[in-house]
Design a protein. Structure first.
Length: 477
């Protein structure tokens, strides 16, 4: 059911939010109006970008602005790497935690923003109601294969694991509290797995030709977190499981036919999606979702981030020469130029400190391209001035970090941040200093090939061993 008035109002607001590429908003409108419920639930903006021939950064911006306009709700998902089950979902980053347990795999995981945390978008019920807005009313099949599992986990042959799992299901049912269900299946040689899809309650029963007797009825009792199965030897053929639910909540219970108990399921690979890391490095998210904070006291790990630190050389003399107000205005212009460059290269400005900027990027290649363009942007600022007032020093380092909330702002903490700042301090005016981790990163060598590069060893405070630093001099022609 579509609320036409709200849809039209919010689409108008989205259209006016920024200058979009041709037909970008109309493609989203078509999705909202005509797509089936499944296509409007947990939308992957990276997949949307591919299908609609939209640049990924613009597709991410589109859904973020659509959230602001009230067309979509954003979901942070913890996804099991073994079975692509959505273990938990959260409407805000504030509630996200990183330690989670998959009931289906009976495994525990520690999530990082790069891994196991993905961000999706679901149509707002105020605009169009879909059946997934009420998970308790879903059929057992919809609940497991659309609400619980994501289609992004792929088998080695490229088939989604969720599709493979459908072929293993022999029976799937929702059982109300205090109720019972008879599940009749045709058992094959191998293993039968009974599973409550919301707890660790499960049973595993071998099916063998050697079984002397196949019981016609096998009682199963579901208690909170446990599954008690009457002793049974099962041979191939028809068998009926009598499932009794003594829980206080409904249970979605299924019986799956597996080849054997010892078969190892192949490791899944995942289709590209919007990771928590990439979202935090999207300027639109930082600008429009300032209230989003990380409440976990230990922060959330980021396994691979490239940080760019910049600073102005001789800014104190600039303030003395042209006065505080004029210098402040000019420095703010410099900040805006660096912000624009950062956004063009898929990064986000984390903070400014005095005359310095700290920006974060998902890849070192993007960070280095941005650093080089920052130099060009500052050169443009200097062209209209009687002398070169702006001389930029830049340091770039790559490594693991911790995403935290400091002073009510999403920030990064740890040794990678410290090294990036100290490498910037090594840079002379018009110089970019790269660490070894950045210099050796994919595509960086090609980017810096036209520049003169000199290598040196540097002692950095807080770092036990000397670090290799690569200095890129500004091109003069």
């Amino acid at each position: 059911m579509i609320d036409e008035k709200k849809l039209e109002e919010r689409l108008v607001a989205l259209e006016a939010a920024k200058s979009w590429s041709p037909r970008v908003v109309s493609r989203l409108e078509t999705l909202l109006r005509s797509a089936p419920d499944e296509a409007l639930y947990r939308i992957n903006p990276i997949q949307f970008a591919t299908e609609k021939s939209i640049a990924e950064p613009e597709a991410i911006d589109l859904f973020l602005h659509a959230c602001v306009a009230g067309l979509f709700d954003m979901d942070w998902l913890l996804v099991c790497p073994m079975c692509s089950d959505v273990v938990e979902s959260f409407r805000t980053l504030r509630k996200l935690h990183t330690h989670f347990h998959c009931h289906l795999c009976r495994s525990d995981y520690d999530a990082a923003l790069d891994d196991y945390i993905t961000v999706t978008f679901t149509v707002s019920p105020a605009v169009r109601r879909i059946r997934f807005h009420d998970p308790d009313a879903l059929s057992a099949w919809d609940y497991v294969f659309h609400y619980k599992m994501t289609p992004g986990g792929l088998m080695p042959d490229g088939v989604p694991w969720s599709e493979t799992a459908k072929g293993l299901v022999r029976s799937l049912v929702r059982i109300e509290p205090g109720a019972a269900a008879s599940l009749e299946i045709e058992a094959s040689e191998g293993v039968l797995l009974g599973q409550d899809f919301d707890s660790d309650a499960q049973f595993v029963v071998p099916v063998t030709q050697e079984a002397s007797v196949t019981p016609s009825h096998v009682p199963v009792m579901l208690d909170p977190g446990t599954c008690v199965l009457a002793a049974a030897n099962i041979a191939p053929g028809k068998v009926v499981f009598e499932i009794s639910n003594s829980n206080k909540l409904p249970v979605v219970f299924g019986i799956l036919q597996l080849p054997s108990a010892t078969d190892q399921r192949p490791k899944l690979r995942f289709t590209p999606s919007l990771s928590g890391k990439r979202l935090l490095m999207t300027q639109t998210f930082r600008d429009f979702f300032r209230s989003e904070v990380i409440s976990a006291t230990e922060g959330i790990a980021v396994l691979d981030v490239t940080l760019v630190f910049t600073d102005l050389k001789g800014s104190t003399a600039l303030y003395e020469r042209i006065g505080d107000l004029n210098a402040y205005i000019q420095v703010q212009r410099h900040f805006q130029h660096l912000l624009d460059v950062t956004v063009r290269h898929n990064g986000a400005v984390t903070k400014t400190i005095g005359d310095a900027v700290m920006a974060a990027f998902s890849t070192s290649a993007d960070a280095v391209r941005a650093a080089l363009e920052m130099q060009e942007a500052v050169d443009q600022l200097n062209r209209d001035r009687p002398q070169r007032d702006f001389i930029l020093k830049i340091g770039v380092h790559r490594g693991a970090s911790i995403a935290v909330t400091l002073n009510e702002r999403l920030d990064y903490f740890g040794q990678t941040v410290n090294i990036a700042a100290r490498v910037q301090n090594l840079a002379d005016g018009d110089e970019i200093c790269l660490t070894e981790d950045v210099f050796r990163a994919p595509d960086v060598a090609e980017i810096i090939a036209p520049y003169k590069v000199t290598r040196s060893e540097a002692e950095l405070k807080g770092v036990s061993k000397p670090m290799s630093v690569y200095r890129l001099a500004r091109r003069t022609s």
